[in-house]
Write a protein that binds this ligand. Structure first.
Ligand code: KG4
Ligand code: ZN
Length: 340
């Protein structure tokens, strides 16, 4: 196909090795993921050194498998994107080193991608239901809770963020308190289905404030204190926690939409897989006339497809890294990116 550019995307910022191959003409061609959940489960959280070591083990086999699935080889790749940050430095270095070495040896351009930009753009992987710019993005993952005004790709204004725990982190910590293991978000959501919404009412910190910042660490503390006195009420506690977390996110989204007048809302990141959150936001969208977009379920949590997509867009606008430098950014402010 003429003018076709095929981009390889590599995600290694945390505990998932993700590879994606994206064509500017045909969309997503292949993607593979290896989740390290079992490796970290016995420690109750991600062990950075173990994460790096496992990315090293998995990264080349996954790239090979992706290429084999679509009958391509490395020579067909015309650009490479890798997650440069934010994330665990050792883990980021694995993806960055492999990406830059491959790009240098193939003499093709490469670019470091912001992990949260990957999440933010992930609903664009759905060719049939792409959000149109401008939109508000609610980014909810294990490390971040951000409300972002997206005027155009790369031009991100942070309207609000969590002042303490990210919402995914609060799900994980509350799940740990209830003895649900790691990662706790999906387990807590599952248990909440069996709980009653009548037993407890958790606080909704900061919802009366005019600003769009969040606070979730109080919810976790409230869950701990409730659990200490009522250890037989796990499902009801899970339910009350989930209701409060979802309510807080919904109220702040509503305020962000009112403040900016935007008519589209994108929700992405690991917690966007949460069905109660989707239900509540869909309802809000219906009565307020706002269109709501989510990534497909498999692209809610970390993956390589979203990195391949973001890299494809940036490379097609002539953006690229200089001289194949391995320039990772474990801390990286989304607002400092350049617009395309
Ligand atoms: O985006 P992600 O895969 O990794 C980060 O960039 O952090 O998000 C992982 C987070 C974890 O905190 C996990 O518990 C949470 O997303 N999560 C959920 C659900 N599925 C994943 N939280 C609530 N409900 C879910 N169904
Ligand atoms: Zn993520």
């Amino acid at each position: 196909m003429s003018d076709e550019h095929i981009t390889l995307g590599i995600e290694t910022s945390c505990d998932e090795t993700g590879i994606g191959i994206f064509s500017n003409k045909r969309g997503l061609l292949a993607h593979k993921l290896f989740s390290q959940v079992d490796i970290h489960a016995e420690y109750g959280g991600v062990v950075p050194e173990l994460a790096s070591r496992d990315h090293i083990r998995k990264i080349t086999p996954l790239i090979k498998e992706c290429l084999a699935d679509i009958n391509l080889n490395l020579r067909n790749i015309s650009g490479i994107g890798y997650t440069a940050g934010p994330g665990l430095s050792g883990a980021l270095l694995v993806g960055g080193s492999v990406a830059q070495s491959l790009a240098w040896s193939l003499n093709i351009p490469s670019i470091g991608i912001h992990h949260m930009e990957g999440h933010l753009l992930s609903p664009l992987l759905d060719e049939k239901n792409k959000p149109e710019l401008p939109f508000i993005a609610l980014l909810v993952s294990g490390g971040h809770t951000l409300l972002v005004d997206v005027e155009r790709i790369g031009q991100y204004k942070i309207l609000g963020e969590s002042l303490d725990d990210a919402v995914g982190e609060a799900f994980d910590k509350t799940a740990k308190i209830l003895g649900l293991g790691y990662p706790g978000g999906p387990a807590l959501a599952k248990l909440a289905k069996e709980g009653s919404s009548e037993t407890y009412s958790f606080p909704r910190p900061m919802i009366d404030r005019p600003n769009l910042d969040f606070s979730f660490s109080g919810l976790k503390t409230f869950a701990r204190n409730t659990f200490l006195d009522n250890s037989d009420k796990k499902a009801d506690i899970a339910k009350a926690f989930e209701l409060a977390a979802v309510d807080i996110l919904k109220i702040k989204c509503q305020k962000a939409l009112e403040k900016t007048g935007r008519k589209s809302l994108v929700i992405s990141g690991g917690v966007s897989a949460n069905l109660s959150l989707r239900e509540e936001l869909d309802k809000m969208g219906e009565y307020s006339g706002v269109k709501i977009f989510y990534p497909k379920h498999e692209f809610c949590t970390d993956n390589g497809a979203m990195i391949a997509l973001a890299a494809s867009i940036r490379l097609s606008h002539g953006q690229l890294d200089n001289h194949y430098e391995i320039n990772i950014k474990p801390r990286w402010n989304l607002e400092t990116l350049s617009a395309v």
